[in-house]
Design a protein around this ligand. Structure first.
Ligand SMILES: [Zn+2]
Ligand SMILES: [Zn+2]
Length: 170
């Protein structure tokens, strides 16, 4: 059998909120205790996930719909943007508008390139479990607020713009 990278799952224990992480392999058990508090964690590992590295539903909470987004650290993106803006202002201060504009353009291009080459992360609408190293599943679409309302109506919309940035503290 040839080697395939396994799906990497990250989620929080429902009981103690410890962040747990594991790779889904053919022999990954469906039930195992939380290493922190011992609460039993049940997983529904589908054939698609075990064999094809595809997320077709959430293994943690069985939510049938997940979404994909860029695995992007927003702080880094904003940092690049602000550095470019600051350099532009310095150039403008010294009446170097042409150079300033070029510097600015370079930073914007760098930001866009970085974004383009970033890997994607698959996230559950309901429990916000994160799946990495997955094979693309055409059924999984980008984040839709309507679907988030449907599967997670109690969410107070904190961080709804980027749900992966923060784990809910419920
Ligand atoms: Zn636990
Ligand atoms: Zn889930």
């Amino acid at each position: 059998m040839c080697y395939r990278p396994a799906v990497n799952v990250r989620f929080r224990c429902r009981q103690c909120r410890t962040e747990l992480e594991f790779d889904v392999r053919a022999d990954t058990p469906e039930r195992s205790p939380c290493p922190q508090c011992g609460a039993e964690i049940g997983l529904r590992l589908t054939d698609a996930m075990r064999r094809h590295n595809q997320v077709d539903r959430c293994a943690v909470c069985d939510c049938p719909t997940v979404y994909v987004q860029k695995d992007f650290n927003r702080a880094i993106g904003v940092g690049i943007f602000l550095t470019g803006a600051a350099l532009f202002l310095v150039c403008a201060w010294f009446n170097r508008l042409v150079e300033g504009t070029l510097v600015w353009a370079a930073f914007v291009a760098a930001d866009a390139l970085l974004y383009k080459w970033l890997p994607e992360v698959t996230i559950c609408y309901k429990c916000h479990a994160q799946y990495r190293d997955v094979s693309p599943n055409p059924h999984n679409r980008p984040f839709e607020l309507g679907l988030a309302e449907k599967y997670d109506p109690l969410d107070k919309r904190v961080g709804a713009e980027n749900p992966a940035a923060e784990w809910r503290s419920r």
